[in-house]
Design a protein around this ligand. Structure first.
Ligand code: GLN
Ligand code: ZN
Length: 766
C-alpha cells in the first residue's frame, strides 16, 4: 500500500511563477532570476509533498509554460518556422521556448487549445513527415537529479507517446495523407532513449500520462498503444512504467494495456467510476500495480473518506499492489484553503485544495495500512453530516419554484417568431453588432479596483462607469453599427461577475488555477442553491439604451458556462444545478425584457468544452445543457430576440444541438475556417439567424475591408441574407481601441458594399 499524487500546482503561492515569468518578459528579471524562481518552486513543492507523508513523489510536473510544449521541446518537435535548434545541449533557450508559446515579431506561436474538458489550455505541437523526433532536452532527468539533491527520490512524469501524437496536429505543409500517429515508432525510440538514461540515473518508476485513452479510440489507435508499450516494456534496462490515465473510463484500452509488460496502470475512479467494473470484468490486474485515482483532482470538496475507503477495499482485491492517488494532476485545483482567511468558516471546512488533498491521500493510505481504527477521528471528521451547512446552502423557495416549473411553456416555433421579429424590426439586411465587451482599458480596471477597495463610493463608481458607457455608445453610433452593446465595463470576468451577484456562489481570495501560461483564473465556488436576489445587468443595459435610439443588446452568461468555469457542488447532479442557475438567469432575462430590452444575448462559451469525452455520455449532457439554456431564455415574448454566442468553430458533435438551444441568432467563430462551418450548420439543419465572426479578434492585426467583404460573400454563398448577422469572432475586451476602432469601421464599410450589391430589397430577420 502506498500513496501518491499525479501532479501539483506549478504556479506557487500567490502566483509566484506568474510574477517571475512576467518580470522576465518585461526585462526586469534576468534568466538566472527566472531559473532561481523555478528552482525554488520545485523545491518547495517536493518538500511539501514529502512532509505531507506521500509514499511516491512526482517530478517533471513543473513547467515554465505548459507540459505539452515541454514534451514537444523535449523531443525536438519544433516547427520549421522556428529557427532550430532552440535547445543548445541540456540548457534550454528560454526566449526560444517562450516564442513557441507566445509568438514573436516574425513567428506565429503554436496554437492553443483546451486540455480535454478542463479550462487548462495546452499548446498544440505541429508535426509533419519531416519531423524527426529525438531526445533533445534533459529536463526530466535534471529535475529528478535536483530532487535527489534534496534527498527525495521522485517519479518523473511525462506525456505518453500516444497522447503526445494524438494531441498534435499536422503542420500546414504536411500532405493530407500524413497523420501525427505515423511518427509513433520513431517517437517511441526517442522515449526508449530517455528511459535508458533514466535507468542509468537509477530512476525507479516513470509515469507516462495517456489521457487520450479517456475518449473513444479506434482499433488502429489501440493497436498503436499496444505497440508503444510492448516496445517500451521490452527494453532491457528501464524504470518501471506506470501508464496513467484520467478524466473518464478508458474502456477498450484497459485490456490492451493489461496485456503489455508495463508494471503500473493508473485509473480515474472519480470521473470514471465505471473503471471499477472494467477492472473487475477483466478479473483484476494480476501482476500489476494499480494507481487508484480516488481523491478528486478536479473539484474542491473534501472527500467522504469512509466512502472512498470502501472503493479502495474493493480495489485491493483486484491488483497486486494498490497506490492511493488523486484522480488527475492537482494542477486543476487551487493551492491551499488556508489562504482563504475571509471565507465563511463553515464553507472553508468543506473544502479541500491541493494541499489538503495531500492529507486526504495520506490518511487513506494510513487507514488501509494500519486499519480504520488508527485514523477513526479523521475519518469521522471527513463525513460532514454533523457540521453546520454554510449559510445559504439550502433555499427552499428555489427548490419549490423549480418543481413548479417542470413544464415550462416554450415560445412559439421559430418561423413564427422570426416573422414577428422581422416585421417589428427596423434593422437593415446583414445587421452589424459586436459580441459584448469593448476594450478593458487601464481606466476601467482602475475604476473597478478603486470601487472594490473603497477609494471611490458607489455614486462615483456609477458616474465613471456611465461615462465609459457613454463613450462606447457614441463610438458605436459613429462607426455605424446597427445593434449596440454597453461594453461590459463593470465586469471583471464573464462568470465571476455573475457569481458575485448570485446566491449560492462563493468567491475565493487566492484560489488561483492556471488557465494557460501565466494566465490564472479564480473559479467561483458554487456551493448552494442558486438564486438572484436582485437584478444584475438591468441598470447598465437600460442606461446604455437611454443614450441611443439604436437597439442595445442585453448581455448575460449562460448556465452551462457558469458551471463550466466554477467549482460546482457534487451533492446533486449537475443537471439540477444547471437548472437552478438557469432559473436565476430567467429572472434576469425577464427583467431586461420588462425594462424594454428587445435583444438579449446569453453567452454559452463553454458548451463545447464540457462535452463528455466518451460518446456514450454526450447525448445526456447535451440534453440537460440545452434544456438549461432554454429554461433561462424561454420566458420572453416571441418578439424579443434571443441571441447566443460560442467562441469556437469546431462544433463536431454538438452541431446538431444548436437548434435545441432555441435561440433566434447564434454568433460563432468562423474567420479561421473560411466560413466552412456554415456548410456544416446547413447540413445539420440549422435554419436560424447566424453571425459567423468575420474577423479574428485574437490577433492585433486590423482586417481590411476587402478581406471582410470576401468573408461576407463566402457566408452569403451558404446563408440567405435575411439570416446573416455580421460581427467579430468574440468580445473585444482583450484588445485596444487602436485596433478595435479601425477593425469595426472596416467591418461596417464591408457590409455597406455588400448591401449595395444585394440591392435594396433585402431585409433582415429582425
Ligand atoms: N459577451 C462576452 C464578451 O464579449 C463573451 C465573451 C466570450 O464569449 N468569451 O466579452
Ligand atoms: Zn467568444
Amino acid at each position: 500500500m502506498s500513496t501518491t499524487v499525479l501532479g501539483y500546482p506549478r504556479i506557487g503561492d500567490r502566483r509566484r511563477l506568474k510574477q517571475a515569468t512576467e518580470s522576465y518578459w518585461s526585462g526586469e528579471l534576468d534568466t538566472a532570476g527566472l531559473e532561481d524562481a523555478g528552482r525554488s518552486l520545485r523545491r518547495q513543492t517536493w518538500l511539501t509533498l514529502r512532509d505531507a507523508g506521500l509514499g511516491h513523489i512526482p517530478s517533471n510536473t513543473f513547467s515554465y509554460y505548459d507540459h505539452v510544449l515541454d514534451t514537444a521541446v523535449l523531443f525536438g518537435a519544433v516547427p520549421d518556422r522556428f529557427p532550430s535548434p532552440y535547445i543548445a545541449g541540456p540548457e534550454i533557450d528560454l526566449d526560444g521556448y517562450f516564442a513557441l508559446a507566445r509568438g514573436s515579431d516574425q513567428m506565429a506561436p503554436l496554437e492553443m487549445t483546451k486540455w480535454f474538458d478542463t479550462n487548462y489550455h495546452y499548446l498544440v505541437p505541429e508535426l509533419g513527415p519531416d519531423t524527426r523526433p529525438a531526445l533533445r532536452w534533459d529536463k526530466p532527468l535534471a529535475e529528478h537529479a535536483e530532487a535527489r539533491e534534496l534527498g527525495i527520490e521522485t517519479r518523473p512524469v511525462l506525456v505518453g507517446p500516444l497522447s503526445f501524437l494524438l494531441l498534435s496536429k499536422p503542420t500546414a505543409t504536411a500532405p493530407p495523407e500524413f497523420a501525427p500517429l505515423d511518427l509513433l515508432d520513431e517517437l517511441v525510440e526517442a522515449y526508449a532513449e530517455l528511459l535508458g538514461r533514466m535507468a542509468d540515473a537509477g530512476v525507479e518508476w516513470v509515469q507516462l500520462d495517456e489521457p487520450v485513452l479517456a475518449a473513444d479510440r479506434s482499433t488502429a489507435e489501440l493497436d498503436a498503444l499496444r505497440r508503444a508499450y510492448d516496445r517500451l516494456g521490452g527494453l532491457p534496462a528501464r524504470p518501471k512504467l506506470l501508464v496513467q490515465t484520467y478524466f473518464a473510463e478508458i474502456g477498450g484500452a484497459l485490456p490492451v494495456l493489461a496485456r503489455t509488460p508495463v508494471e503500473g496502470i493508473g485509473l480515474d475512479f472519480v470521473a470514471g467510476p465505471g473503471n471499477l467494473d472494467e477492472v473487475a470484468t477483466l478479473g483484476g490486474l494480476a501482476g500489476k500495480t494499480l494507481v487508484a485515482g480516488v481523491i478528486d483532482g478536479r473539484n474542491v470538496w473534501r472527500a467522504d473518506l469512509r466512502q472512498v475507503l470502501s472503493t479502495c477495499a474493493t480495489l485491493l482485491g483486484l491488483a497486486d499492489e494498490l497506490v492511493v492517488s488523486t484522480s488527475c494532476s492537482l494542477l486543476h485545483v487551487p493551492l491551499d484553503v488556508e489562504a482563504e482567511s475571509a471565507m465563511d468558516p463553515a464553507l472553508r471546512d468543506r473544502l479541500s485544495f491541493a494541499r489538503q488533498k495531500l492529507d486526504e491521500v495520506v490518511l487513506l493510505g494510513r487507514a488501509l495500512d494500519e486499519g480504520h481504527d488508527a485514523v477513526a477521528d479523521e475519518l469521522a471528521a471527513s463525513q460532514q453530516s454533523g457540521t453546520p451547512e454554510p449559510a445559504g446552502t439550502t433555499d427552499t423557495r428555489v427548490r419549490a419554484w423549480l418543481e413548479s416549473l417542470a413544464q415550462v411553456q416554450g415560445r412559439s416555433d421559430y418561423p413564427q417568431r422570426a416573422e414577428l421579429q422581422r416585421s417589428a424590426s427596423s434593422l437593415p439586411a446583414l445587421p452589424t453588432t459586436t459580441i459584448g465587451s469593448f476594450p478593458q482599458t487601464a481606466q476601467i480596471r482602475k475604476t473597478r479596483a478603486d470601487h472594490r477597495a473603497g477609494r471611490i463610493d458607489d455614486a462615483e463608481y456609477q458616474r465613471l462607469t456611465r461615462a465609459e458607457i457613454d463613450d462606447v455608445i457614441a463610438l458605436q453610433e459613429d462607426i455605424g453599427l446597427d445593434v449596440l452593446v454597453h461594453g461590459e465595463p463593470e465586469r471583471n470576468d464573464m462568470v465571476q461577475y455573475f457569481a458575485e451577484r448570485l446566491a449560492g456562489f462563493a468567491t475565493s481570495e487566492q484560489g488561483w488555477v492556471q488557465s494557460y501560461g501565466t494566465r490564472c483564473v479564480r473559479p467561483p465556488i458554487l456551493y448552494g442553491d442558486v438564486a438572484r436576489p436582485e437584478p444584475i445587468t438591468v441598470e447598465w443595459t437600460t442606461y446604455a439604451q437611454s443614450r441611443t435610439d439604436r437597439p442595445v443588446k442585453g448581455m448575460l452568461t449562460g448556465p452551462v458556462t457558469m458551471l463550466a468555469w466554477s467549482f460546482v457542488r457534487d451533492d446533486q447532479p449537475r443537471a439540477v444545478t444547471a437548472r437552478q442557475v438557469a432559473l436565476a438567469l430567467r429572472d434576469e432575462v425577464h427583467d431586461l425584457e420588462a425594462a424594454g430590452v428587445r435583444l438579449i444575448q446569453v453567452d454559452e462559451a463553454a458548451l463545447r468544452e464540457k462535452l463528455p469525452l466518451r460518446r456514450a455520455d454526450q447525448d445526456d449532457y447535451l440534453s440537460w445543457a440545452t434544456a438549461a439554456f432554454r429554461l433561462a431564455t424561454s420566458g420572453v415574448a416571441d418578439s424579443t430576440q434571443v441571441h447566443t454566442h460560442m467562441c469556437y468553430s469546431e462544433f463536431g458533435e454538438i452541431i446538431g444541438s444548436f437548434a435545441d438551444l432555441d435561440a433566434d441568432v447564434t454568433s460563432v467563430e468562423a474567420a479561421h475556417s473560411r466560413m466552412e462551418l456554415l456548410t456544416d450548420l446547413g447540413k445539420a439543419g440549422y435554419q436560424r439567424g447566424i453571425g459567423p465572426g468575420v474577423y479574428d479578434i485574437h490577433s492585433p492585426r486590423v482586417p481590411t475591408v476587402d478581406e471582410i467583404e470576401e468573408a461576407l460573400h463566402l457566408a452569403l454563398a451558404e446563408v440567405d441574407a435575411d439570416r446573416l448577422w455580421v460581427n467579430p469572432d468574440c468580445g473585444l475586451k482583450t484588445r485596444g481601441y487602436a485596433e478595435v476602432e479601425p477593425a469595426l469601421r472596416n467591418m461596417v464599410e464591408a457590409v455597406r458594399r455588400v448591401r449595395a450589391s444585394l440591392g435594396a430589397h433585402a431585409r433582415n430577420g429582425m
